[in-house]
Design a protein around this ligand. Structure first.
Ligand code: AMP
Ligand code: TRP
Length: 343
């Protein structure tokens, strides 16, 4: 396999990771376990590019001041979680104009019928579809552009993005067929086994989400230990003993979610977690779960809260990241324009 060196680090050249996180609220443990932890775990092997996707965030209303704060918040959490700013390219989506340029072209490749199938649009638009922004509807095209612009081979995401990834592949494939060129690579998702869909602490049938009205539905990566303890204490469960088989666990939504969070946070296999707590009281399990979560969140929260105050430092990282990203994206757009007859 052909390897190469970037900023003194050896990467395997056959794999490039791209992923994005929206600056649309505070990062929770679902974002961390489903996505950010995977970014960190993979960064030593593969060239990685991460974007704070502010253009995606404005598909629903964002207060301008809050958008900037959230952008800094995501960046601070990336770094505090262990993402290296030397090894990886980290940038803000709106600072690289090529995302919107490619998005337009891909919008002419994608079919209405494909977009009409996107379940996330249906969930987010809710009953009042006529009043949703056009951006919310075309959002998956911009996401395809993010990925295809960098010829990413792998995309670490939570399971809620699976359908969008399939759409990105369909768009890439149609473009390549239409123009008879192998121009876009077909990206693969990477999921994290036990945390690909972390559920709400208040309702095991809904995913943990930044926009849930109940703060008790999620653990934020900036929560302090007292708040984490309270949220886990209040987390909804049934009143039985702990399950003693995976099958039993999986038939109990809320408990299954807490066991998955335990396993993903501690790195202990789910079967072992179940064996350890089999038939014990839920309250004892909750105490251990709180400790395991604090072990993950506390150092990240402390570091992130420090970094967030250093806006200048964060802005320098974003500026440098955008410059590095543009080295790749501008070349891709110039090749694209030449293929479609615009240069
Ligand atoms: P977002 O906040 O929507 O930009 O999501 C950022 C990343 O976190 C994406 O890869 C999502 O798939 C992932 N993610 C969001 N919510 C969850 C969740 N509840 N469980 C697992 N992954 C999630
Ligand atoms: N749509 C993703 C989410 O809501 C965020 C995102 C935008 C993304 N562009 C991306 C994720 C490209 C992976 C790759 O979570």
């Amino acid at each position: 396999m052909l390897n190469y060196i970037l900023n003194g680090v050896i990467f395997m050249a056959d794999k490039r990771i791209f992923s994005g996180v929206q600056p649309s609220g505070s990062i929770h443990i679902g974002n961390y376990l489903g996505a950010i932890k995977q970014f960190v775990d993979n960064q030593n092997q593969y060239e990685s590019i991460f974007s704070i996707v502010d253009l995606h965030a404005i598909t629903v209303w964002q207060e301008p001041e809050e958008l900037i704060n959230s952008t800094h918040n995501v960046l601070a959490l990336f770094i505090a979680s262990g993402l290296s700013i030397e090894k990886n390219i980290i940038f803000k989506q709106s600072a690289v104009v090529e995302h919107t340029q490619l998005s337009w072209v891909l919008g002419c490749t994608a079919r209405m019928g494909w977009l009409n199938r996107m379940t996330q649009f249906k969930d987010k638009a809710g009953k009042n579809k006529e009043n949703a922004s056009i951006g919310l509807y075309t959002y998956p095209i911009l996401m395809a552009a993010d990925i295809l612009l960098y010829s990413a081979t792998h995309v670490p995401v939570g399971d809620d993005q699976k359908q969008h990834l399939e759409l990105a592949r369909d768009i890439a494939n149609k473009f390549n067929t239409d123009y008879k060129k192998d121009f876009f690579l077909l990206p693969q998702p990477i999921f994290n086994k036990n945390s690909t869909r972390v559920m709400s602490l208040r309702d095991g049938s809904n995913k943990m989400s930044k926009s849930d009205i109940s703060e008790y539905s999620r653990i934020l990566m900036t929560d302090n230990n007292d708040i984490i303890t309270k949220k886990i204490k209040k987390a909804k469960t049934d009143s039985l003993k702990m399950p003693d088989t995976i099958k039993d666990a999986e038939s109990r939504l809320e408990i299954n979610n807490l066991i998955n969070i335990y396993s993903a946070s501690s790195g202990i296999d789910k079967q072992l977690v179940i064996d350890d707590f089999a038939l014990k009281d839920i309250i004892d399990f909750k105490k251990s779960l709180t400790e395991v979560i604090i072990e993950v969140v506390e150092p990240i929260a402390l570091e992130a809260n420090k970094l967030i105050n250093d806006k200048k430092y964060l802005e320098v990282i974003l500026k440098e990241g955008a410059e590095q990203a543009r080295e790749i994206s501008s070349k891709k757009i110039s090749d694209l324009y030449s293929i479609i007859g615009m240069i």
